[in-house]
Write a protein that binds this ligand. Sequence first.
Ligand code: G6P
Length: 369
Amino acid sequence: ASLELGPYRHFMQKEIHEQPRAIADTIEAVMGANAFVPELFGASAGEVLREVEGVQIIACGTSYYAGLTARYWIEAISGLPCSVEIASEYRYRKVVANPKQLVVTISQSGETLDTMEALKYAKSLGHDKTLSICNVPESAIPRASRLVYYTRAGAEIGVASTKAFTTQLVALFTLAVTLAKLQGRLSPEHEAEHLDALRRLPGSVQHALNLEPQIIGWAERFAPKQHALFLGRGVHYPIALEGALKLKEISYIHAEAYPAGELKHGPLALVDSAMPVVVIAPNDSLLEKVKSNMQEVRARGGELFVFADDDSQFGSSDGVHVIRAPRHVGVLSPVVHAIPVQLLAYHAALARGTDVDKPRNLAKSVTVE
Ligand code: G6P
């Protein structure tokens, strides 16, 4: 294994650093076509996607958070309604099916039992427009789906998903833009803009990876903590969820995420000087709202650890630590912000001496109920 690891200490660290390459490979077909065309999802995708009236996403774990992120893109870009559900909930619910919806399952392994069973259940309800976003060719879930988009992250060994997540995000973004085009909602200017955003993404992700030394400094302060709170708003709220999941999975620090606007409805009661609060605060339309949420935390003595970008326009001050990504990348910003929360979890776990690649009680692929 040490040979395969190269200069890295763990597969998770290696996989985090592979993300610029994994993303570049995953978007290669889009770049090659230089357009968002339905054929990216399979030969018959044109006729299937054209008729879609909405999207139902189903997944587990980190893949579910990719789905939650995609919902913002799908609704904002394509105008189609989108709901996202945890597979183990969907499969046991009396679902009111609408077969005109596209059912999208997201799975790194393609073998997660709950996701597979949820897909079978959807099909039994008459859903025949099914699409799998998957990292493992010819695994069970893509085989049971009509359309497929393979992420090209390469084998993911670390139990905590990293490169699978960001490649799922770019596949889902591609889906959102392709649906928009089929809906007649995509101007040529917007198509060119979205292509350009994708093309620049591997470079922006590399810039985020370069923040590692600063994040190591933060991780050392996190290591002795018992709890942490993650906040985000809008499309960055699922990134806060993913950051909390990563931290609890591998460092065993209890972490939870909240949409920052919901702080006052409960979690604010937990905030004191012992509770570090991580905030995803890029310069998007919700930044001013996030800033006032940060003041609510500061007023209760909470220590803030803020991931921002160069355009966010605030600096570190007493009790407020800021790490900045070099530039705001626009619509793909959640992909870039996934990187620092992965690195924070990794280095906090390292400082605590946990088994990063094989956290206790967890499995890479959950093929039992
Ligand atoms: C397990 C893994 C997670 C993963 C989840 C869903 O819990 O530890 O990293 O996100 O399963 O797996 P899938 O292969 O369906 O994406």
